[in-house]
Design a protein around this ligand. Sequence first.
Ligand code: PEP
Length: 255
Amino acid sequence: MSRKPLIAGNWKMNLNHLEAIAVVQKLAFALPDKYFAHVDVTVIPPFTDLRSVQTAVDGDDLKITYGAQDLSPHDAGAYTGDISGAFLAKLGCTYVVVGHSERRTIHGETNEIVLAKTKAALRHGLTPIVCIGEGLDVREQGTQVEYNVEQLKGSLAGLTAEELSKTVIAYEPVWAIGTGKVATPQDAQEVCAAVRATVAELGGADVAAGIRVLYGGSVSSKNVGELVAQPDVDGGLVGGASLRPDEFAALSAIA
Ligand code: PEP
C-alpha cells in the first residue's frame, strides 16, 4: 500500500500569532499547490497562534493544514490552563501531537497520560501524532527496538483497529531532537519497521500497512530524502527547520 508522506512542523514555543501569519504565508508562497499531490504538509504552532493560522489558511484557501502541540485528556471542566480537543477541532485543527519527548520529560507525561490524550484526540476527530523515542542511554545499550515497542504499546493500549488506523506515529530518538545529530536512515528504518510490526500485532496487517510512521530528530532538506526513502518512514516531524519557511518548504518538496 502506498502511503502519502506527511511533513509536520512542530514550532514548539516559538513564533507569536503575528509571526505565525507571516511564516504561513511565506511557506505557502514557497510551496505551490502542485506539491500537495504527493505530500501532506502541516504546521503545529503554539495554541495562541491557532486562530491566526486558521485565518491565514482559510483566507487564502491554502492546502497547508495545522494542528496543536498538546491537548487535555478531558473534554471540558475545571482544568485550569488546559485546552480540550473540542476547542482544537472547532478551530479546524487536523492533527494534535501527543506525548512529545519534551512533554514526557518536562511535564512528566506517562504512557497512560499519552493514551488518554490519544483517545481524547480521536473522540474529537483529530489525528493524534503519537510520539515515542529512546534516550541516549538506551541507544548506547542497543535496546532501542524493545524500548520503543514497549513505549508504543503503552501509549496505544486498548485502541481498536479503527482507532489505530486514524493515528500517526512519530519515532523521535531523544538524542536526535534539536541536537543536529540525525539518526542514520538505517537506524530510523529499524525502529519504524518495529513500530509498524507492533501496529500489525495490535490492529492487524491492513491497519499497519495504512498508517503513517514519521521520523523526527534534526530533519532538514539535506537528510530528508534518504530518510523517507526507507520503506517504513512515511515523513518527518520537524522542529527547528520548520521555523524557516524556505527550508521547511524545500524539505517538504523533497519528501
Ligand atoms: C521535534 O521538535 O520534534 C524535533 C524533532 O525537533 P528538531 O527537528 O529540531 O530536532
